[in-house]
Each structure stands twice: as C-alpha cells, then as structure tokens.
Design a protein around this ligand. Structure first.
Ligand SMILES: [Zn+2]
Length: 167
C-alpha cells in the first residue's frame, strides 16, 4: 500500500491525502478511510455441500428428471422447474481446460498475492472453476489435475482447489 503511505505523508506536508500515479503521472486522491464489507448469502438449501466439504467430500446436485449435474449445487433445475434435486459425490480427477493469473484483484482478494484461477473438466463431465495451487508455468492445457479440499490460508475456511496430478 505505497499510495496509502504517500497519502498519509502528503496530508501533513501538502494538506491533502494525494499522490502521483506512477504510470500516468496524474494527481490522485488517496481515500484513507477503510472500507470493511461483509454480507450474508443464504446457503440453507445447499447446506449438504458445506457439511460434506468439512468431511473432505465434494458433492453437488443432479436433477433426477433430466440428469443434468450442477456445480456449484443448485436447489432447482432450470430445465425442469423442479426442486427435488438429488445429491451426488463428484469424482476428483479431470483435465485442465484453461487457466489465468489474476494480477488485478478484486477488493475482497486484495490481501492475496496474484493467484491462478483455472477450469477443470472432471471425468464425469462437470466443469469446476477454482484456484489452482502451484506454479502456473508448470502446467499446460490438457494436463491431469485433481480437486483437493483444504482450509484457505487467510480466511481459514474450507475450500476446494485444483492441484496438478504428479507424474
Ligand atoms: Zn432437470
């Protein structure tokens, strides 16, 4: 947070919390107020997803009518307009479809270093978007990968990640 330091310095010397943008050379106002954002998302209908993840299992919902598997789990099937979904456990291995390194992070991930987001197509056909653990230079599209569940370093909650399969 170099700009924050510059803002704090300039508010004393110059009277305003300003700094010069390194790339553009333009004058910038540094808002020194901190914004803490917290919100609620209802997960009542997909509680088994979280209960199973605590036990190291990855589950999701499948429509008993059309057979479509949804990930993340959904409580309703948009094709059949029914809510009686069944829970299934997903296989863990699949193929890497694509990946990208995120340098410009949203405020919610500002505390993280640049991270890798990837998409895996599991062997049962389900596509999962998740963070990829490890060096993005060492994997390529089509590589075998697997899903692992672990506690996220900074927040401490369980999450699934994509990990290259050795060998
Ligand atoms: Zn359906």
């Amino acid at each position: 947070m170099e700009y924050r330091k510059a803002g704090e310095k300039n508010i004393k010397e110059y009277g305003f919390p300003v700094t010069i943008d390194e790339k553009l050379g333009t004058l910038q106002w540094v808002d020194l107020r901190e914004l803490t954002l917290s919100y609620l998302i209802c997960i009542e209908n997909i509680a088994p997803f979280f209960e199973n993840m605590r036990e190291g299992k990855l589950v999701t919902t499948r429509c008993p009518e059309c057979g479509e598997i949804f990930f993340p789990p959904q409580k309703d099937c948009p094709n059949c307009m029914i809510s009686e979904m069944e829970w299934i456990e997903l296989g863990r291995e699949g193929t890497l479809e694509t990946l990208t390194v995120v340098f410009v992070r949203p405020p919610t991930f500002a505390r993280y270093d640049p991270y890798v987001v990837a998409i895996v197509r599991l062997d049962d056909g389900v596509k999962i978007t998740a963070w990829l653990r490890g060096d993005p230079e060492k994997v390529k599209i089509g590589d075998r990968v697997r899903i692992e569940i672990k506690r996220r370093e900074k927040e401490g909650h369980y999450m699934y990640e994509i990990v290259p399969v050795e060998g």
